[in-house]
Design a protein around this ligand. Structure first.
Ligand SMILES: [Zn+2]
Length: 276
C-alpha cells in the first residue's frame, strides 16, 4: 500500500516543471549536461526532481542552504545516476550540508571531513569541498560523486564496494575486476592511477573509482579497460570528456593526459536537449 502511494506521489512529482533557477544553476556549475543525449538528459532531470523534492535538506550549524546550493549538489548526484533506475537512491533520505569543512571530536581520522555517507541514508557534505570539486571537474576529486557512490554501494544493504547490479551474471566479472585493481592498489600503491584513498577498503575503492570514471574517463579506460567496462555497464552511460576551463589538468602520475578536461566536440544545440 505504502509502495503504491509512493509510486503515485513520485509520478506526480515527475510531471511538475522545474523552476528557471535550476536551469541557471546547472548551466553555471555543470555545463556537461548540455552534452547529454536525450535519454540521458531525461534520466538526469527525473533524478534531479527526486533528489530536490523527495529528500530532506538540512543546513548544519546555521549554514543557509538556498535553492541554488541545493540544485548544485543534487545535479551532481543526478549526473552520476542518469543511466540508472529512479529507485537507486531510495535508501538515501537526507543531505546535511556544512558551510565549512567539519571535524568530529570522536573521529579516528584527524583533520576536517569533506563528506560522509551513513548506512541510515544521510549524506553529509562540506560546501567548500563541494565547490572545490566543481572548480576542477577533471581531477577525480568530487565529494558529491564520492558520497553518493557510497549510497549506491549501500543499495545492496552493505558498504562493500558492490551496489545492486543489473543482472545476476554481472556479479562475477564485477568482483573479479574490482578485486584485481583493489589488490593491485594495495600491493603497488606507487603505480596506482586511482587516488590511494581507495586502498582503505572495497567501499572506498568503489567510491574513488567512481570519481575517476566520471572525471578522468580517459585515464581509467586507458589504464584499466576492464574496470572501465564494468563501471560503464553499471552506470549505464559512457562518461565523456568534461568541458572545463581549468588552467592545468593535474594528472595523478606523469602528466601525460593534457587533453583531459576539454570537449572533443562542441555542445549540441540545447533545443535538442530535453533538460533545457
Ligand atoms: Zn568514502
Amino acid at each position: 500500500m505504502f509502495g503504491l502511494i509512493k509510486k503515485y506521489r513520485r509520478r506526480r512529482l515527475l510531471e511538475r516543471s522545474i523552476p528557471e533557477l535550476w536551469i541557471d544553476a546547472v548551466t553555471e556549475h555543470l555545463p556537461i549536461v548540455a552534452y547529454f543525449s536525450p535519454p540521458e538528459a531525461r534520466g538526469f532531470l527525473s533524478h534531479l526532481k527526486i533528489l530536490m523534492w523527495e529528500k530532506l535538506w538540512i543546513g548544519a550549524q546555521g549554514f543557509e542552504l538556498d535553492e541554488h546550493t541545493k540544485v548544485t549538489i543534487a545535479a551532481q548526484a543526478a549526473r552520476m545516476a542518469r543511466g540508472l533506475p529512479l529507485s537507486v537512491y531510495d535508501r538515501h533520505s537526507e543531505f546535511v550540508v556544512y558551510g565549512e569543512d567539519f571535524v568530529h571530536p570522536d573521529d579516528e581520522l584527524p583533520g576536517p571531513v569533506h563528506g560522509e555517507a551513513h548506512h541510515f541514508g544521510t549524506v553529509v557534505l562540506s560546501w567548500p569541498a563541494v565547490q572545490e570539486g566543481l572548480r576542477y571537474p577533471c581531477r577525480g576529486y568530487n565529494p558529491v560523486l564520492h558520497e553518493m557512490a557510497h549510497i549506491l554501494d549501500m543499495s545492496s544493504g552493505y558498504f562493500n564496494g558492490t551496489p545492486v547490479l543489473h543482472h545476476g551474471s554481472d556479479y562475477k566479472p564485477w568482483a573479479t575486476v574490482c578485486q584485481y585493481y583493489f589488490t593491485a592498489m594495495r600491493d603497488h600503491p606507487e603505480q596506482s592511477f586511482l587516488d590511494l584513498y581507495g586502498a582503505g577498503d572495497e567501499s572506498e575503492f568503489f567510491a574513488v573509482a567512481t570519481e575517476a570514471f566520471f572525471e578522468l574517463p580517459e585515464i581509467v579506460s586507458h589504464e584499466a579497460p576492464d574496470l572501465f567496462a564494468e563501471l560503464r555497464r553499471y552506470y549505464g552511460i559512457d562518461p565523456m570528456i568534461i568541458p572545463c576551463d581549468c588552467e592545468s589538468h593535474e594528472s595523478p602520475e606523469d602528466g601525460d593526459y593534457e587533453e583531459v578536461g576539454y570537449p572533443l566536440i562542441p555542445p549540441p544545440d540545447p533545443l535538442d536537449n530535453p533538460f533545457f
